[in-house]
Design a protein around this ligand. Structure first.
Ligand SMILES: Cc1ncc(COP(=O)(O)O)c(C=O)c1O
Length: 441
């Protein structure tokens, strides 16, 4: 036997998850529905749902023992896994919360106290892009504006061709606020915007904030981990939150909030106050009263799941990105439209222009079309209305946001393509749909 054949004989081949196993993990998904909206609610494989159930049963079998011996060590293990995944300095910088909405409330409540305690003054501002998530805007209204703050909304160019277009808009808005003598206290920046979806140049945006003297920079990365690169040292924000149930396969619901260690971080508190108040946000967040903590305890097992895929979470992310761009280009070609941004600005989601003859002319139209696609064609996809700009001739006003996750198949996107082609063939317009097709979900 020569040396080559010896090494071939002894080198163990990694046993990656097979396509059949992936199918089996998600076989409980509705079989006749094309789920191309992973960005909406995420997904969880059967094996992790079973594991979560085991944790729930351990709790139910002997709650006292679980509470005193298992819960806190388990939460710490989850926080450590996240700390390593996001390259944070210390596990105390990582709190586990229910979802990004909770994390946003924690940060905004902290900002409101800045006004109450005289650190900020009436008229001090927060800056965010106009496409910030609706719940974020409401949180800004509920905490920041109510406390006396002012909001600067920066338009996100869309369709967008380069990071520079975004950076330029942001710089201009900050320059204008400076000329007006306004002090900006907080910047809220999406890592991956919700709608329309674009990967933002977060690192450069954080640097611009620092140059402008903004000392609270908060990244809303609801679609961050599992979808884009998430490295706290590279990004350099003060606060960064990501859901774990959207793109990291956690059962609903779990998210983390990273707060960079500083002399102000001990002033952050969970809005649900318990005996743990004052013991640091991470400890406060790990006990917010009697409830089900199982989704948050599953995190180490999630890592085992993603590591069954070639390249782990980075491999999944890369393949999802490449596949969603391919599918987006296939759809754009079929409909004679284009993508909303170049591939390097797409994550595992992409915006695809819809045929203009559908006449998506309002937010209501986009909801009607989305509901119609679900009810009549079994396609789950988000639809976006992009208002035309003044003087623009023949812009695309309707876009679909498609996602790609490991369970998706090319047929899901063919089904969507054919549904739209059918509507075009039937000379359907959104205006012709009955109002019963508006449903807020
Ligand atoms: C950008 C963005 N921020 C915040 C959220 C809220 O996430 P959750 O509902 O998990 O709190 C979402 C949800 O899709 C989102 O897309």
């Amino acid at each position: 036997m020569n040396s080559t054949s010896i090494s071939a004989a002894v080198t163990p081949q990694p046993l990656f998850i097979t396509p059949a196993e992936v199918c089996s993990e998600f076989s409980y998904h509705h079989p006749s529905v094309a789920r191309i909206n992973n960005g909406g609610f995420g997904c969880c494989p059967s094996s992790l749902i079973s594991y979560q159930r085991q944790i729930q049963m351990q709790w139910l079998r002997q709650p006292d023992e679980f509470f005193f011996n298992q819960l806190q060590p388990g939460m710490l293990r989850s926080r450590n896994v996240i700390k390593d995944l996001i390259n944070a300095d210390h596990v105390d910088e990582v709190s586990i919360v229910d979802n990004v909405s909770t994390a946003i409330s924690i940060v905004l409540q902290h900002m409101a106290w800045g006004f109450a305690e005289g650190k900020f003054h009436s008229g001090d501002a927060t800056v965010m892009f106009h496409c910030a998530y609706g719940a974020v805007k409401k949180s800004v209204e509920a905490y920041f504006v109510r406390a006396g703050g002012y909001v600067i909304e920066v338009p996100l160019p869309f369709p967008v061709n380069s990071d520079d277009e975004i950076l330029q808009e942001f710089r201009q808005a900050l320059d204008k606020s400076k000329q007006n003598g306004r002090r900006v206290r907080l910047a809220i920046i999406d890592h991956v915007t919700f709608m329309p979806t674009v990967v933002m140049p977060v690192k450069q945006l954080v640097s611009i904030c620092r140059e402008a003297g903004i000392d609270h920079v908060f990244i809303d990365a609801a679609h961050g981990i599992g979808c884009v690169d998430v490295d706290m040292k590279q990004i350099g924000a003060d606060f960064y939150t990501s859901n774990l149930h959207k793109w990291l396969f956690c059962p609903p619901s779990a998210a983390f909030l990273y707060c960079r260690k500083s002399n102000q971080s001990s002033a952050l508190h969970h809005p649900v106050v318990t005996h743990q108040y004052g013991n640091g946000l991470a400890t406060e967040s790990s006990w917010i009263g009697t409830r089900d903590y199982s989704a948050q305890l599953v995190v180490p097992k999630v890592l085992e799941f993603v590591n069954r895929f070639e390249g782990g979470i980075d491999g999944i992310k890369r393949r999802n990105h490449d596949a969603v761009v391919d599918m987006g280009e296939m759809l754009a070609k079929a409909w004679g439209t284009q993508l909303g941004c170049p591939p390097h600005m797409c994550s595992s989601m992409v915006m695809v222009g819809l045929p203009a003859c559908l006449h998506v002319s309002s937010d209501q139209d986009s909801w009607k079309l989305r509901t119609y696609l679900r009810d009549k064609f079994g396609v789950e996809v988000s639809i976006y209305y992009r208002p035309p700009k003044d003087g623009e001739v023949g812009p695309l006003t309707g876009y679909a946001r498609i996602s790609y996750q490991v369970y998706n198949k090319v047929d899901d996107y063919y089904k969507f393509r054919d549904a739209i082609n059918q509507l075009v063939h039937d000379a359907f317009t959104c205006a012709s749909l009955p109002d019963s097709y508006i449903r807020l979900v």
